[in-house]
Design a binder for this molecule. Structure first.
Ligand code: NDP
Length: 508
């Protein structure tokens, strides 16, 4: 039985750092900001399918207040010694660790992500993002360019000013941290709009950051619907950069608007990871990796291994291993530390995934017979589903579905495998399992994706740049590469002596 709603609400009230007996407020200029009466949305617990609390939805006044606060705070933040900014960022990392239980509980309650992942893994990852970028603040070097004798030219990096960050609901805390940390490290202020489906942990992160010494105004959290609040951020003339993670379709809209405004943009979009398994692979480990990759977070991961490509001669054996592992997945209340697979994020999303499954079955696909554990009779749970013998050109094998659904296609040789893996509009990640190191190298060269995982799955590090090719995005997050994407370049010229006009020596 899941924990009842009253107990879940009690957990939420204990975890959240402000009074949530009414509407959950916004965070603007270093303090809680009450929303406007009548402008709220429901924060729903996907495990029960019940409303937890109402959350304030930002109005244009709130956006204006956040922009003004960010503008006021940003200049002084950039004028600090980088080492002082680093100290604050390290303090935020410590604050995340000190509040890990509360932050993780909030993501488990409103996003349905298992507590075994939120409390330990997500919070540690968020903390390390701040630590990595803290280590960059006094390394933001420009350059001296050798130009004509008597003249000097330097390249200086400056922050963009205000960065607007728009995040999805699947990994609420780490998505937020991945956007905030590089922006603050490079001297920017941030206005963050989390997804309405998971509004809580970002608010708490802002509170944690403030308590760690982040000056008021540098991080503001505005909840509310993307087409209104997110759109207003993209259009706002004082927000100089948008960093967005979400679907390819919304990414395109944002990219087009940002283009019209000539605004810098980073887009981390959808994916359809080809997960190749060759006959020479360690099939047991590959099966562990596939099941984790595809079903972790209920398949709601942009790099989920949702497209299994397996060498024909081992397909039968490999699917037996996959099937046995699916049967052992522990599905249930994500607050239970044993649970591995929680619910889908929302009723709407569950319906969309079910509709895609129905379409696939109408097209003649048959799910692999597994005795998948019984689904709870409440909330938005979805059963792990594997379709075999799938034509890789079918929509279900081409489009991102973002649920616990895997399509299986077979290949005869390496060329065919790589052609199928590359044969989608996306280009986020490729995974390959093989014991042939030369083949692994060839695959990594030929993969048309921003990330390649060889005999591993979902390895990430704040120091490793993250981004997609093709329809999976534009720009990079994390790594040194993220730093430049949050800065502008200014070239500065000066003379070693009095300037001589070229006209002064012009022929008469
Ligand atoms: P959406 O694109 O629907 O939404 C993402 C965010 O954008 C939300 O905060 C949403 O707000 C907001 N938004 C929606 N419409 C607009 C708009 N017109 N203008 C500005 N902002 C808007 O994605 P999901 O939340 O459904 O997330 C799932 C998607 O995210 C998947 O496609 C997945 O692949 C992708 N993703 C990519 C990752 C990557 O790094 N490449 C990582 C994680 C996820 P609201 O929902 O509140 O309306």
């Amino acid at each position: 039985m899941p924990l009842p709603l009253t107990d879940r609400l009690a957990l939420l009230r204990d975890a959240f750092p402000a009074d949530v007996s009414g509407t959950v407020p916004l965070w603007v200029n270093g303090e809680w900001r009450k929303g406007t009466p009548g402008e709220e949305f429901a924060c729903v617990d996907p495990t029960l399918g019940e409303t937890l609390v109402p959350v304030a939805s930002s109005t244009s006044d709130d956006i204006g207040a956040a922009v003004e606060a960010a503008k006021r705070a940003q200049r002084a933040w950039w004028d600090l010694d980088g080492q002082d900014r680093a100290r604050v960022l390290r303090g935020i990392a410590d604050g995340i660790r000190a509040n890990a239980k509360a932050l993780g509980t909030l993501d488990t309650l409103d996003a349905g992500r298992p507590i075994r992942d939120t409390v330990a893994r997500d919070t540690e990852r968020a903390a390390r993002l701040f630590e990595f970028f803290a280590g960059t603040t006094d390394r933001l070097r420009g350059a001296f360019i050798p130009v004509q004798p008597g003249r000097s030219n330097t390249i200086e990096y400056e922050p963009i000013g205000i960065v607007g960050a728009i995040t999805p609901w699947n990994y609420p805390l780490t998505n937020a941290a991945g956007k905030i940390a590089p922006a603050l490290a490079t001297g920017n202020a941030v206005i963050l709009k989390p997804a309405e489906d998971s509004p809580l942990s970002a608010l708490m992160l802002a509170w944690v950051a403030h308590r760690a010494g982040l000056p008021a105004g540098l991080l503001n959290v505005l909840n509310g619907p993307g087409p209104r609040v997110g759109d207003a951020m993209v259009r706002h003339p004082d927000i100089g950069k948008i960093t967005f993670t979400g679907s390819t379709s919304v990414g395109r809209t944002i990219g087009a608007l940002a283009g019209a405004e000539l605004k810098s943009v980073t887009l981390e979009l959808g994916g359809k990871t080809g997960f190749m398994v060759f006959a020479d692979a360690d099939l047991e480990r590959a099966a562990d990796a596939l099941v984790f990759s595809a079903f972790n977070n209920a398949g709601q991961t942009c790099t989920a291994g949702s497209r299994l490509l397996v060498e024909e001669r081992v397909a039968g054996d490999f699917l037996k291993l996959v099937s046995a592992r699916i049967e052992r997945i522990r599905i249930g209340d994500p607050l239970d530390p044993e649970t591995q697979l929680g619910p889908a994020i929302s009723s709407r999303h569950r319906e969309q995934v079910l509709a895609r499954m129905a379409e696939a079955e109408k097209a003649g696909l048959v799910p692999l017979a597994t005795s998948c554990p019984q689904l709870p009779g409440h909330g938005f749970f979805l059963a792990p589903t594997v379709y075999v013998d799938v034509d890789p050109k079918l929509a279900v094998a081409q489009e991102e579905i973002f649920g616990p659904l895997v399509t299986v296609s077979t290949f005869r040789d390496e060329d065919e495998a790589i052609a199928i893996a590359n044969g989608t509009p996306y280009g986020l990640a490729t995974t390959a399992w093989t014991s042939d190191i030369f083949r692994a190298r060839r695959i990594s060269r030929r993969a048309q994706t921003g990330i390649v995982w060889l005999n591993t799955a979902h390895s990430l590090h704040p120091g490793s740049p993250y981004g997609g090719y093709k329809q999976s995005g534009l720009g990079l997050e994390m790594g040194e590469e993220a730093i430049r994407q949050h800065m502008r370049i200014k070239t500065v010229w000066s003379e070693d002596g009095p300037w001589q006009s070229p006209w002064a020596s012009a022929p008469a």
